[in-house]
Design a protein around this ligand. Sequence first.
Ligand code: CS2
Ligand code: MG
Length: 402
Amino acid sequence: MKITNAYVNITSPGRNFVTLKVETDEGIYGLGDGTLNGREMSVASYLTEHVIPCLIGRDPFQTEDIWQYLYRGVYWRRGPVTMSAIAAVDVALWDIKGKALNTPVYNLLGGKSRDGVMVYCHAFGKDTEAALDDVAAHQELGYRAIRVQSGVAGLKGTYGVSKGGGRYEPAERGLPSEYEWATEPYLRATPKLFQKVRERFGEDLHLLHDCHHRLTPIEAARLGKELEPYHLFWIEDPTPAELQEGFKLIREHTVTPIAVGEVLNSIWDSHDLIRNQWIDYIRTTIVHGGGLTALKKLADFADLYHVRTGCHGATDLSPVTMAAALHFGLAIHNFGIQEHMPHTEETDAVFPHAYMYTDGYMHPGEKPGLGVDLDEALAAKYPYHRAYLPVNRKLDGTLTDW
Ligand code: CS2
Ligand code: MG
């Protein structure tokens, strides 16, 4: 089998998605997600101008060699654009392999290790009461794990809370919007939020919280310690992870589990976090982490240190990544949990798929390959619009992490 053609599809059913389609001489094609929220055209250009010419004529079964060719052969390594482009190729090739062998991709990753993939959803509110009501609404839908985010009194806009109610979608068309931030009100309010959640919903519900890179290590240590009575499943991105050893300080103060990784894109970015057991869950995702070939290596390395996966699964990762993540989560041994932010109906129509949600779990389905497709005629009805993630400033105007 040979790759005969490949091209990038960019569509925007409510938000932008970058999809690579790889075609072969046997009529089988594969899809890969190359979406990088706020920098989509960088990945599209990287694929079209630099990667696709090198794919034509290659054997799509050679996932390892093609991955190494695209990673080592470029000379300039790592970074979200490069690794998202490599991921788009890699996932498309696994899709082709599964279709050619007439089997779901999970069977190529070790086969089923569990019956279903436990997922967590997002509950949020502008204040504690609204957040608790949203937890109740999501518990009604059967979720056994729920991330809880709340507005912070006195702050205009907070990560994870939609501005005007309704769905939360981080990227906005037009130039970046500006949020404001103050750590102290957040640190005072968050333990009280989770105290209220436990009082209303009891101990059985898995609770998660995303600090979204906004704390220093000692602030994260304080928060983790004050959340201990509420037994969270994890606190996520407690501090920017470029300084991996910053997590050593957090670890010395709290037993609240820690998840990191959605902005990381290679095993080297989390190598110290994992081998020192400074974290409990690795969130690096298939689309931004170099694809299934790379994520399988990362998961196997993490398994040696009791670190489980908790892959990123926001709406800015397309249904192609959701499908790949579910095959991956069904097969690997050290699966932890999978994030699930349901896409819009328009998005699901553009990307028809076999995966399904039932009572707190998801399953990729039994179709050969990934079990997801791209309706190109429908996709064409949603042209790309440049969009940006917000920026965040402290009350004195200092730019900080959003
Ligand atoms: C968040 C993401 O889902 C999460 O854990 O951190 O929503 C993140 O803000 C977006 O993916 C950024 O594009
Ligand atoms: Mg996050």
